[in-house]
Ligand binder design. Structure first.
Ligand code: NAP
Ligand code: MG
Length: 403
């Protein structure tokens, strides 16, 4: 069989620990035998980030802007313990944060659904994709403790030095707390465009919700920016695609989500997205089945798994013990990138290959062959637990038949 050719490279961002092991296995077993894989390789493993003073992370993000499609392995975000473990020069920032800042993107997280693993909310039949605005609000706040007798005010000084003041609270009898938050219109607009583009791309409705009835300026601005961009830039495209943009109050959205059967994108403000994505991920089952894609407002895509480097499994692997780590989310990061590359380049063979690889993966699990995390959740009667490598070999047995 002749290998599928690629014209433009994908940006490949390698990573750390167990996911780095899986990364190589996926390429060796499932991609390179079928595709003349063309990537521009960046090693974002912590050792190399440290060697390059984290320049490699910046370079990989710039390359992603150039080529339009990237696939990223999970990476360690250093903490005090990693400083010693890897003898780091500095506590390097989260690569995801650095890449997101350069691409100005929004993260979309979606579960992969398989027969036999029922969501904890049984009405959920299709994926619920959560889009989280990853800028500002409580994550860039300024807060203080305030003693009784104090008066707290908001003060804004404009560029000419004029002050506008507004009372927050007069603390009379009791001590208390205050918090200042901000967001910027340009970031909200980027968020809106990423969301609308992704909805068109995946042909799904998009819901957006805030607490605009209580927060008449702050949250209402989010609602207004979304509405304006939708009306001016997306309404006709949405109508042509047969999809819908729907705004509602966050309370109503939560109630509707629980009653829904899934199959839409739920756009959330920063805090809502943080909390709701954990809720949705847990309800759908395993972290090993949760995909993540960063989409920039100008249509650049970076695919990855939502989980981390699975450190606990990696330490077992280093001791020579058998692991049963779920590679599905990492594998779907690869298929997502290959399919998008195929779409952008008009390379149908490449997009079709990505579809087949996903089908082979789902068939493997639905045939009862799965890693330990799914084995605990699956209700299939004939289920069998396999190790990390066996799982990929089993997928390949099915993929071969489809090629
Ligand atoms: P994690 O790597 O997601 O793993 C947490 C636990 O979830 C694992 O110990 C495992 O549970 C289960 N799990 C996650 N992915 C799995 C998979 N593919 N297959 C089977 N089980 C899976 O989170 P963490 O241990 O908190 O973080 C480890 C490192 O990852 C940290 O250094 C962190 O900085 C980094 N991280 C990176 C990213 C990213 O690059 N996007 C995201 C999050 C965390 P059991 O041990 O019970 O089997
Ligand atoms: Mg969270």
């Amino acid at each position: 069989m002749e290998k599928i050719t690629m014209t433009t490279p994908i940006v490949e961002m390698d990573g750390d620990e167990m996911t780095r092991i899986i990364w190589q296995m996926i390429k060796d077993i499932l991609i390179c035998p079928y595709v003349g894989l063309k990537t521009e390789y960046y090693d974002l493993g912590l050792v190399h980030r440290n060697e390059t003073d984290d320049q490699v992370t910046v370079d990989s993000a710039i390359a992603t802007k150039k080529y339009g499609v990237a696939v990223k392995c999970a990476t360690i975000t250093p903490n005090a313990q990693r400083m010693t473990e890897y003898n780091l020069k500095e506590m390097w920032k989260s690569p995801n944060g650095t890449i997101r800042a350069i691409l100005d993107g929004t993260v979309f997280r979606a579960p992969i659904i398989v027969k036999g693993v029922t969501p904890l909310i049984p009405t959920w039949k299709k994926p619920i994709t959560i889009a989280r605005h990853a800028y500002g609000d409580v994550y860039k706040n300024s807060e203080m403790k305030v003693t009784a007798g104090s008066k707290a005010e908001l003060i804004v000084t404009d560029k000419d030095g004029n002050e506008t003041r507004q009372l927050i609270h007069q603390f009379t009898d009791s001590d208390g707390i205050i918090q200042g938050q901000h967001n910027i219109d340009s970031s909200i607009a980027s968020f809106a465009r990423s969301c609308f583009n992704f909805a068109l791309d995946t042909k799904q409705d998009i819901w957006f919700a805030t607490k605009d009835t209580i927060s008449k300026k702050y949250d209402h601005t989010f609602k207004d920016i979304f509405a304006e961009i939708y009306e001016n830039e997306y309404k006709e495209k949405f109508e042509a695609a047969g999809i819908e943009y729907f705004y509602t109050l966050i309370d109503d959205a939560v109630a509707r989500v629980v009653r829904s059967e899934g199959g839409y994108i739920w756009a959330c403000k920063n805090y809502d997205g943080d909390v709701m994505s954990d809720m949705v991920a847990t309800a759908f089952g395993s972290l090993g089945m949760m995909t993540s894609v960063l989409v920039s407002p100008d249509g650049v895509y970076e695919y990855e798994a939502a989980h981390g480097t699975v450190t606990r499994h990696y330490y077992k692997h280093l001791k020579g013990e058998e692991t049963s780590t779920n590679s599905v989310a990492t594998l779907f990061a690869w298929t997502g990138a290959l399919r998008k590359r195929g779409e952008l380049d008009g390379n149908k063979a490449l997009s079709d290959f990505a579809d087949k690889l996903e089908k082979a993966t789902i068939k493997t699990i639905e045939d009862g062959v799965m890693t330990g995390d799914l084995y605990l959740l699956s209700k299939l009667e004939n289920k069998k637990k396999v190790n990390t490598e066996e799982f990929l070999l089993e997928i390949n047995n099915r993929l071969k038949e489809m090629m």
